[in-house]
Write a protein that binds this ligand. Sequence first.
Ligand SMILES: [Ca+2]
Ligand SMILES: [Ca+2]
Ligand SMILES: [Ca+2]
Length: 412
Amino acid sequence: MMAVLFTRSITFGCWFLTIFIASCNSTAEPDVQAPEMPLNPTFVFSPFEMDGKSSVQKKYDDSVSKVLDKKFRPAALNAVKRVPFEYISIRNASQPDQSGAIKDPYQTAMPLPPVEASAIIRTEQLGPKLAVVYCSDIYDDFVHGGTGYWIALSNDSGKHWNHYYTGLTNGFFYAFKERSSIPLWKNKDTLQIAACFVRQSSQRIHPLPPMFEELDTAVIVQMDIKGLIKDSDNDGLSDIEEYKMLLDPLNPDTDNDGINDKTDTNPRYKSISSAKAVLYQALLEGPDFIAGHFMHIDLSKPLQFPPDRFSDQIDPIHKKKEWLLIVSNDQDLQHLNLQNRTAIIMSTTEYEAYKTKFPAPFIQYRLSMLFPCDGDENKFLLRISYLTSSSGYIIEKTKTGWNIWRTSMTIA
Ligand SMILES: [Ca+2]
Ligand SMILES: [Ca+2]
Ligand SMILES: [Ca+2]
């Protein structure tokens, strides 16, 4: 019962990595062991003289390394050329743009939405209508080479802006061109942008990004604005966003728990605060309250977080919480109730189908199950991995809650 956890944002990734490094610095006698990874030396730090044995964990570790060892294969051409959404149509450009033939891609006199200038790809004005194509990593992971394409639209010459996710990820399998002689507004209902078809051509080897190859450099992606902005059930998430998060675009409350899809932090499953769900929440949202690598959770009290703990994880432009994609068949994890991030939890079967719709990889957080340990019914091992770092925990169930020791940290 493997649990695989993904997050879309480097923000959390960096933060998490910082925790690892800070913790390692505070370790008095790091115990450097022989390399375990073929590419990088691996350092294992053990802050406690604690150990536990679990045959279930050994089996789990073997199954994970089998998955990780899978050979990289580039996407098939028919997958690259499959049109992913109904609101999109693909045309071939009659001829590729001549480089240098154009032009400043920005209409610089045009008012711009509050997005970072470096993220903007194209802007264009059509009377009072303004369109800006830009990149954001809200629903995508740019570490592996793919940020998401977004469009900001204004109908009143830039006084108000709305932001829409296109559902497309840079590199999987489109690369929008910043320079093109093709106007962004095809007409008042349709946007178009020159693009290349590309695909990942090499295995990603941490910390380097993978290589991409161009397959067709003369493509025009045409987007119907009505389809882009459509919110069929009026819950504040567009149909495209709901498709991306495996929510029901025709039901404003997918899990039927009375909380609207947009505000629900676990919109696919009802949250239940079981002891294990609280344990997983503590490990996901509060690893920095492990003082000296130890944390106690008292289940009779709500979890406490430092005041500004998550303030930088609410995106100021899109007003959205960071989201995590968690793949798990563990029902306790499915009942997770995060306070400050939205968890999209799917079963392993759902995730297999999901990967064919959304082939861009995400930063992977792997959260193991609780492995029974030492034949003690109240003692467990658990491991959380991120990129090439991982932490091992010994977890003890007490009368009032949980004791958690972080017993090893591995950095490759
Ligand atoms: Ca909706
Ligand atoms: Ca919905
Ligand atoms: Ca709900």
